[in-house]
Design a protein around this ligand. Sequence first.
Ligand SMILES: [Zn+2]
Length: 358
Amino acid sequence: MKNFFVLLAVIMISCSSGEEKKLPFIRGVYGNPGALLDAGYRYDSLGMNSVFVRSVSFNREFYENAREQGMKIFVEFPTLLGRDYLSSHPEAWPVNEKGEQAPPASWFMGICPTDQDFWDYRVGQLEDILRDFDVDGIFLDYVHWHAQFETSDPILPETCFCDGCTGLFSKDKELDVQGGDIPEKATWIMENADREWRDWRNSILNGWVSGMGEIVKDMRPEALLGIFYCSWYPEEHDSALYRTLGIDVAAFARLADVLSPMLFHKMKEKEPSWAGEYIRWLDEHTGAGTKGKPLIWPIVQSHNNPQVVSPEEFREVMLEGSVYPGSGIMMFSDRSLLEDPGKIEVMKDLYLNHPGFR
Ligand SMILES: [Zn+2]
């Protein structure tokens, strides 16, 4: 009889945890949400149910505070951001078609994504987070080859032609790359095997997503794998989403649990209505949202760059960014909210009172 009750309890726990898997509409803040607490706010009284925290701002105190207020905790992971690592590992610098170290793309500095030591370094960081904290998800950020897209005038260099990358490309595609030095090899590749090169670069990026995803699922099976990514349409900027950044959104949709397009309308000189258009396009193009997986939780812009985003405009882009089949939202970032309390009031009103956010 005792065993029966144990069995019953197990069944009941299984059922209730099954129920819990149905997520509420995700009402988040991205960045260092702990700054809201420092300023005297509470997450729960702002109507939030989730925090999206940068790895650098994530620690035990943040975790405990967020859990105490009932938040789901999603950690941003700076996948292919090279800046800090490169200062002590210049050998991982992405190399351009001239055989030179590619200069920073505005504030962004990428990395050679086939550098084994860098891979090991990121794996170690991811394992540390997952071992120490029972997080609700990991959100991969900077999942693209070296470039700058958060602007209306993108910087789109050709990389990476280091010996490691061209050697691996040659091996994977069974191509005998011609040329005596890097500029000659780069020219040969782009003139004779451009399609294979772009496909190979995409496969490297997808390898990062699937590899990181395996670690997440292995160490925290319940945690979600999300991706923050550039929300260009495939044909924009001479197809640079695939050609230069290496991104195939349909592949991301197969590999991730959540897609978080970076719908930064002001930086890209778009209207707030573009946020809603993009979400509908994403669903049509990949089945994200309506199929149930991956989920769509966009990040919209509240940050004043390059012009001011007024509280009224912020409200508009929040409403556009929460359209069906999206099932969550957050904004970039906590700091922009604290700089203009009018935006905090907008967020609070939507999160607490608007039926589109329930
Ligand atoms: Zn390389």
